[in-house]
Design a protein around this ligand. Structure first.
Ligand code: ADP
Ligand code: MG
Length: 252
């Protein structure tokens, strides 16, 4: 029997169904996503790869409820979020998903602890001190809570950003090139941290990366090209991913 849309994503914590996203209209329209379907099972680590401009960031933003698709839908478990009113979505987003950016996006004038508390405060909550310290301890930053971001290394700043994303204990963590601004050794520490969250805490992780070695930490690679999933690679190795990427480049 043919698989229905619901079969494809049964049990997924996050799912994109025939996602389209256009920017602008008419002849100036850019079709960033042209029909992407993908499901993310609990406790899995997916790397999203593809050439610059292939739609990776747009896909991540739509999956995380930070952008709205033009057509198609996004689901978190059994809840469709792509058409949810903004206020309800913002509330749900805070408890369900975390997001980490390449450039850390920390507030330089605030302490590490204040940065981690910020999303909760903006939502009118006071996240318990215990939760904040626990989140910092989990990323290896115990004792750093009074420091300012500028007093920390790049890798430590990204750890603060991860603690901020995880303080509400979301089931899914999205990361857009989280190691893009870091040297290789520091990048591997961050990747090991993301991997441990999947293996030890059962979190789901979806990460955009350009680096085949980083993709080797994932269980699966989704290779995007021109707004579509061009290929899916299970149990990726750096060598295999590198080979597929270069083949995609030749075909372009
Ligand atoms: N806010 C925007 N306005 C107009 N075009 C955009 C916007 N965001 C992304 N795009 C375009 O959509 C396409 C996909 O972009 P993006 O998702 O950022 O790709 P990637 O992350 O793979 O580099 C690109 O052509 C990009 O220029
Ligand atoms: Mg991008």
């Amino acid at each position: 029997m043919a698989k229905t849309e619901t079969d494809i994503g049964a049990g997924a914590v996050a799912r994109a169904a025939d996602l389209h996203r256009e920017y602008g209209r008419g002849t100036a329209a850019v079709r960033a996503l042209r029909g992407v379907s993908a499901a993310f099972a609990p406790g899995t680590f997916t790397a999203v790869m593809g050439p610059s401009g292939s739609g990776k960031t747009t896909l991540l933003h739509c999956l995380a409820g930070m952008d709205r698709p033009t057509r198609g839908s996004v689901w978190w478990g059994g809840t469709e979020v792509s058409r949810m009113p903004e206020r309800r979505l913002a509330e749900l987003r805070r408890s369900r998903v975390g997001f980490v950016f390449q450039a850390f996006n920390l507030m330089p004038a605030m302490t590490v602890a204040q940065n981690v508390e910020l999303p909760g405060r903006l939502a009118g909550e006071r996240p318990g001190r215990e939760r904040v310290l626990d989140a910092l301890a989990r990323v290896g930053l115990a004792g750093r809570e009074r420091h300012r971001p500028g007093e920390l290394s790049g890798g430590q700043q990204q750890r603060v950003a991860i603690a901020r994303a995880l303080v509400s204990r979301p089931g899914v963590l999205f990361a857009d090139e989280p190691t893009g601004a870091l040297d290789r050794a520091t990048g591997h520490e961050i990747l090991a941290l993301l991997r441990a969250g999947v293996d030890e805490d059962g979190r789901t992780c979806v990460m955009v990366t350009h680096d085949p070695v980083a993709a080797g930490y994932a269980d699966r690679v989704l290779l995007l090209a021109d707004g579509l999933v061009a290929e899916e690679i299970d149990r990726p190795t750096a060598a295999r991913v590198g080979e597929r990427l270069s083949r995609l480049g030749e075909g372009a």
